[in-house]
Write a protein that binds this ligand. Structure first.
Ligand SMILES: *[C@@H]1O[C@H](CO)[C@@H](O)[C@H](O)[C@H]1NC(C)=O
Ligand SMILES: *[C@@H]1O[C@H](CO)[C@@H](O)[C@H](O)[C@H]1NC(C)=O
Ligand SMILES: *[C@@H]1O[C@H](CO)[C@@H](O)[C@H](O)[C@H]1NC(C)=O
Ligand SMILES: *[C@@H]1O[C@H](CO)[C@@H](O)[C@H](O)[C@H]1NC(C)=O
Ligand SMILES: *[C@@H]1O[C@H](CO)[C@@H](O)[C@H](O)[C@H]1NC(C)=O
Ligand SMILES: [Ca+2]
Length: 524
């Protein structure tokens, strides 16, 4: 009996793989307590949660109703597609339904009536959740596989797309790429995007229906032919980030570029046998939960990780509010077999109540002060708990203390301010004459010239005389014959003999005297 139970547990472990529990209640010398492990959800049939979009509009057959035939029976064009008749309709939903044994239900495109214009269609699958492939993607075609198609994926909910795999009966002709076989891939290039001819050649439409994106063969490069050594794969994924991301996606797009031809060329007199028909799209994957959850549920129309380790978010990508003593980290597959949970820690749980608001991962004990303090506060913070902003920064009052952007640079104008520190509202301390929060404005009576300088002239008190004009407060531009800061002085040279009759109102009598003396010397 015990043996059977052990056997059963062993089987269960094999089926579920490692990392299927997040925590366990364990006994220790200090009494029982929780032990935490890296964990991930089980793989699921992703077609049950998919949103599908087929482009261009009107590519699905049946509106209007049309007849088609098959490559096996090319002259018996009596099959009908009619969107208005449920028995004869082929909507996109039939790519994801559960089929009764032997009865294929499928989405079907219009026929290639517009030849030689290409017959192209995009089938976009969206999950609104990052998922990690755990098995091959298998697309099942009825009436023959496309001769040219490609697979694309998005990691950012459909904003950007990347090629995933190219498929053609002749890769060089279709994509200008050499044909490659999946089994030629090695550990160093397992995430290479390639073109394969393995799934596009004509072999009879009943015999070869599937087009694959090989996941298992890629896994096998690391985990061995039977995928018995999954820990090798996981360890590898830990060190090679590109490898893990290669199997991660939020959306998939099947781009159908040329249908099955059933021969080497297109028969123009019978275009009703050329079309696409897909009966099933199998995508097996697990929710990406950053190794912080072993369950994923469908809520409010989207998949969500059931986060543990005091993490939160759709992918458990953040620490919960009260648990931000340390920066968030993904769980790790190493060390095997349980990995590291890298759980988020509550305030007060780490090292003698030393909270660092997520700005530091280290605390140190200062002996002579008998305090524990955060070490190397990041994000421009400082203080025992990284609770203050460094000099030259001020606190963003609308941000939480554990926000990475809680400290904002003062950004004081170097020429206008006394130093590059500011007060709690970001106001800098200004030099005489400068103003504004950053001291980059001038007070009235001052003008900017590498800092704020007092005005030489203006329109009110320091008026330019004798018809001079004030230039940006910096200087009077004097008419010919006058000089001085305010054009108050007549020029006393041979061409300007009006020195003594100067109309200036502000004329220093001493200057006048000197001038007169000079004049008389010249005259005499
Ligand atoms: C299919 O998607 C690609 C981009 O992934 C786009 O360039 C192309 O125009 C789309 N084709 C159709 C028919 O919508
Ligand atoms: C996608 O998921 C997010 C997070 O669960 C949700 O807020 C959003 O409404 C979802 N979008 C769609 C189109 O379902
Ligand atoms: C998460 O927080 C709870 C209290 O809400 C605590 O009991 C539990 O031990 C924490 N888990 C981890 C992994 O730190
Ligand atoms: C302050 O923080 C809030 C909330 O995080 C943010 O929206 C705002 O942009 C920040 N202000 C500045 C000046 O960075
Ligand atoms: C910061 O300085 C400005 C300008 O001097 C002042 O108006 C403001 O009240 C100061 N704020 C604080 C919190 O001291
Ligand atoms: Ca089906």
């Amino acid at each position: 009996m015990l043996r059977l139970a052990t056997f059963f547990i062993h089987c269960l472990a094999l089926v579920l793989g490692h990392y299927d529990i997040c925590k366990s209640w364990v006994a220790s010398d200090d009494g029982p307590s929780w032990e935490y492990y890296a964990c991930q959800p089980k793989p699921m049939a992703m077609k049950d949660y998919v949103m599908v979009k087929v482009d261009p509009p009107g590519i699905t057959c049946g509106d209007p109703a049309e007849y088609f035939c098959t490559h096996e029976n090319p002259y018996l064009c009596s099959d009908e597609c009619d969107a208005a008749n449920p028995d004869l309709a082929h909507p996109p939903s039939l790519m994801f339904d559960k089929e009764e044994e032997g009865l294929a239900t499928y989405w079907q495109s219009v026929t290639w009536k517009r030849y030689p214009e290409p017959l192209v269609a995009n089938i976009t699958l969206s999950w609104n959740k990052s998922v990690e492939l755990t098995d091959d993607i298998v697309v099942t075609f009825e009436y023959g596989r496309p001769t040219v198609m490609m697979l694309e994926k998005s990691l950012d909910y459909g904003r950007t797309w990347h090629p995933y795999q190219y498929y053609a009966d002749d890769c060089m002709e279709a994509f200008g790429m050499p044909a490659k076989k999946i089994r030629d891939l090695t550990a160093s290039n397992a995430n290479r995007v390639q073109c394969t001819e393995e799934y596009s050649r004509w072999a009879g439409s009943k015999k070869e229906k599937n087009v694959r994106f090989d996941v298992r063969e890629r896994f096998a490069i690391f985990a061995g032919p039977d995928l018995k050594k999954m820990e090798n794969l996981y360890t590898r994924m830990e060190s090679a980030k590109g490898l893990k991301d290669f199997f991660t996606l939020t959306d998939l797009r099947i781009r159908l570029l040329r249908p099955a031809l059933g021969g080497t060329y297109v028969q123009r007199d019978n275009l009703r046998k050329y079309f696409y028909a897909i009966s099933n799209i199998e995508v097996t994957a697990r929710c990406k939960c950053n190794l912080h959850a072993n369950a994923c549920s469908f809520r409010d129309g989207s998949l969500q990780c059931e986060c543990e380790h005091n993490t939160t978010g759709q992918d458990c990508g953040r620490c919960e509010k009260r648990f931000r003593t340390k920066s968030w980290r993904a769980g790790s597959y190493t060390p095997t077999p349980h990995g590291s949970p890298n759980a988020c820690a509550a305030a007060g749980s780490a090292l003698g109540n030393c909270e660092c608001y997520g700005h530091s991962n280290r605390c140190s004990y200062i002996d002579f002060l008998n305090v524990v303090t955060c070490v190397s506060c990041k994000h421009n913070t400082r203080g025992q708990h990284c609770q203050y902003c460094r000099l030259g920064y001020y606190r963003n009052v609308s941000a939480e203390l554990d926000d990475e952007n809680v400290c904002i640079e003062c950004n004081c104008n170097q020429l206008g301010s006394l130093h590059d520190r500011c007060n709690d509202t970001g106001h800098c301390e200004c030099r005489t004459g400068s103003a504004g929060p950053k001291c980059d404005d001038c007070l009235p009576g001052y003008h900017w010239k590498q800092g704020c300088k007092p005005n030489v002239c203006d329109e009110e008190l320091l008026i330019c005389h004798n018809g001079g004009t004030c230039h940006h407060g910096q200087k009077c531009i004097c008419p010919a014959g006058f000089k001085g800061a305010l054009c108050q002085d007549a020029k006393c040279d041979s061409t300007h003999r009006n020195c003594d009759s100067a109309s200036s109102t502000v004329v220093s009598s001493a200057l006048l005297l000197v001038c007169t003396l000079l004049m008389s010397t010249v005259d005499g």
